[in-house]
Design a protein. Structure first.
Length: 417
């Protein structure tokens, strides 16, 4: 979903009412306009064809390891011996990452997988591969020329779309600055094998963000002492936050929240080009929710995102989501989705006499994101003008769609003791 501001029309759902709404969006679909490869131009990746003899998608279709050469003393002196073992297995449901590969090792593996050739040794090691019969592995390599990285990535994705495959092997460096491609690869119905370079380890934050975006569930590090040359490694930590909600304009002066409010104001101005305080003042009775890191010993909380919302009581009985934004460093981690779900839960906890639905206005790129959260488009015939005095003068954005989520039955108190 795009984090650019969205000025919506002064038409509202019948039974609901919005003031000017900027639906920026959640992290899983954020900031397409800022990406070198536009999400709208990314091709769809087709599901892999069935493999003969494969009874379960969870069974390995690719196994690999490094053949390690090491000295072994004998009667005539010292001879070379090798160790062969498969350390990593990839299934059609796998999201596996290999950490710490040299450029030589990474490119050698890409070539071996792309050509299905016998692995060739080099510099004292070679890849040991096993592939299921009929397996097709596609590769995405990083471009040495950073100025042509986006063009190279787009061209390789086009090849992938034209030739369906079962497993995609991709160098993590090729995805830097392109989180939209991570979302595309994560939705791929086959296996993913990600190759991390030593340079990626020195950029832990960016690499961790990309791995989370790809949905990596298993990670192995280069280890010459381990069988097959790899040992299990820790997965990147997932950002977990909690929401400080129902903040009014007067609450922004709190000394306890000062550093969080400052971060929210900077983020708000970055995406919506307007002062946060002025908009909250202009939207009477609107509220602010801050998604922040969970408290740790002697560590200040950090801002992970925010949401602006408003409840309209009877006769409208609606919660309006006005704006949502997540910092660049925190995108593709499900934080925007966490914010929207928090708002939906808050609306569900209201009596149905006060709130029956959650409404918002989404750009085309954000519609699939909201559909996954059970939002549905509102027909044009169900829209009506804003009540007099409530129109903020918002200009209609081309392609913007009103959407709603019905809250269902209201909560009932548990009568059991």
């Amino acid at each position: 979903m795009d984090d650019a501001s969205l000025e919506i029309t002064s038409m509202l759902p019948a039974e609901s009412c919005h003031e000017r709404c900027d639906a920026a969006s959640a992290s899983t679909a954020a900031s397409e306009h800022d990406r070198p490869v536009a999400l709208s131009r990314l091709p769809l990746l087709r599901a892999p064809s069935p493999l003969e003899g494969l009874k379960s998608r969870k069974r390995p279709v690719l196994s690999l390891g490094l053949e390690l050469q090491f000295p072994k003393p004998n009667a005539e002196g010292t001879a070379s011996s090798s160790s062969r073992a498969f350390a990593v297995e990839v299934a059609l449901v796998s999201r596996v990452s290999l950490q710490g590969l040299s450029a030589c090792e990474s490119r050698s593996l890409l070539e071996d997988l792309a050509t299905a050739a016998e692995p060739a040794g080099g510099q004292g090691h070679g890849w040991q591969l096993w592939q299921h019969r009929g397996l097709h592995v596609a590769t995405i390599a990083a471009c040495a020329d950073e100025s042509r990285m986006a063009q190279s990535l787009e061209a390789q994705l086009a090849v992938l779309a034209a030739e369906p495959c079962h497993v995609i092997c991709v160098e993590l460096d090729a995805l830097k600055g392109n989180p939209g491609t991570c979302a595309l690869l994560r939705s791929f119905k086959g296996g993913l094998l990600i190759l991390e370079s030593p340079a990626s380890q020195s950029e832990d934050d960016e690499a961790a963000t990309l791995l989370r975006a790809l949905g990596v569930t298993a990670r192995f590090r280069r280890d010459c002492d381990a069988a097959g040359g790899f040992a299990p490694a820790d997965l990147p930590e997932v950002s977990v936050g909690e929401v400080i909600g129902d903040l009014r304009l007067k609450d922004l002066a709190s000394a306890e929240l000062e550093h969080l409010i400052e971060a929210a104001e900077l983020l708000y101005d970055e995406h919506f080009h307007a002062p946060l305080r002025e908009d909250l003042e202009g939207w009477s009775e609107s509220r602010l929710g801050l998604l922040v890191t969970t408290p740790k010993d002697q560590v200040a909380r950090e801002l992970l995102g925010f949401i602006v919302y408003k409840f309209w009581g009877p006769p409208l009985r609606v919660m309006s989501i006005l704006r949502v934004a997540v910092p660049q460093r925190c995108r593709m981690q499900g934080l925007g989705r966490q914010l929207v779900r928090w708002a939906m839960e808050k609306a569900r906890q209201k009596p149905r006499s006060d709130c029956t639905r959650v409404t918002l206005c989404a750009m085309p790129s954000a519609i699939p994101f909201y559909e996954r959260l059970q939002f549905t488009p509102i027909p044009l015939e169900d829209l009506q003008p804003l009540p007099e005095g409530d129109d903020e003068g918002g200009a209609e954005m081309p392609g913007a769609t009103w959407m709603e989520h019905r809250c269902g039955r209201s909560y009932k108190a548990n009568s059991r003791r």
